[in-house]
Design a protein around this ligand. Sequence first.
Ligand SMILES: C[S@@+](CC[C@H](N)C(=O)[O-])C[C@H]1O[C@@H](n2cnc3c(N)ncnc32)[C@H](O)[C@@H]1O
Length: 374
Amino acid sequence: MDVAADLRARLAESLVAARVLRDPRWVEAFRQVPRHVFLPGFFVQRPDGAWAPVTAEHPDHLALVYRDEVRVTQLDNDDRAWQQALATGAVPGVPTSSSSMPTIMAIMLEALAVAPGDRVLEIGTGTGYNAALLCHALGEERVTSIDVDPGVLARAEARLTAAGHHPTCVAGDGALGYPSRAPYDRVLGTCAVSRVPVPWLEQTAPGGLIVTTLNRPVGAGLVRLTVRDGRATGRVLVEDGRFMPLRAHRQAWAEEALSAALTAEPTTSRTTLLSSRTALDPASPFEFFAGLALAEVAVAGDPVRLAHADGSWVRHRGAVVDQGGPRALWDLVEDAYRQWRALGRPRRHQFTFTATPTSQHFALDGTTLTWPLP
Ligand SMILES: C[S@@+](CC[C@H](N)C(=O)[O-])C[C@H]1O[C@@H](n2cnc3c(N)ncnc32)[C@H](O)[C@@H]1O
């Protein structure tokens, strides 16, 4: 019995049962493309937060590969972390490359609504597994995939070759797209962007689709946009999706500001009726709307903290909220909560998103309300 094939069939079945996978082309791709070829080694996080290496020799390697879970393959943009983990057992670090959670991959591939002959540009090659699924469904000559990390890309390309696929793999900044192979019928961002890059608008064929996640610590989400006349517009998808951000779209200042908020002296300290969970838990129906009031705000837990690059910060412990800096961010969230209730508690899929070369904004269905990206 082929254990990997069996595990793969079960994973595909579970994605179908969960209704995230519907198109027979993707069902077949998930059944056939061997994820383990793209994940000969990866990190698993231990309860203490450190990352331990799992290699093909590990007794549970295949079982772990075919779970519906993200598999982290790089920490801190530095391949030496892997070598170190092999030597010492576990290392600290922030994930910078991975094979995404199969559920999210399936949601995004379904959202792409591909037709035979479509040319696809994938941003974020990572392990190459998603590129292989695209090759399986559309043919390798239709697939272009970019990763900013040449080492990551070289490994992905070798594994794609081993799995029998030869898409066009490009080392470069995905924010620039890849004009030599444009136009694309579909652009798929598998790393989150703070704004939809203008080259994606320019390189998508008229009527083509962009599917990507937006890099928002609060209110992140998947969008599917149709491009026409250099402008992309479409809906925030009902399914949530959170991805590691495009390298240049990471918030480098955030760690320092969030750690300063642990001990900073507040300008105001008071009680609040709004729980941090209602505002910040991705499962909360208000969280997307809270994100509109908290654009570019970074978040950390234990105790819950918010911070903005302008120096504003929040510390939320129990029912007490401490605030400092030029803007009272928690006051803004409470205002947003009142507005959200007055609007009938709209959910994420009631919002649209529009990107033009000069501005990008969310809008709420049936109203004239818009929220520009800063
Ligand atoms: C979540 S992984 C992609 C998963 C991948 N599609 C797969 O199937 O394994 C995100 C990838 O985006 C890449 N990345 C980050 N910034 C980028 C950029 N500016 N341009 C292209 N790739 C980028 C990272 O190196 C990382 O490999």
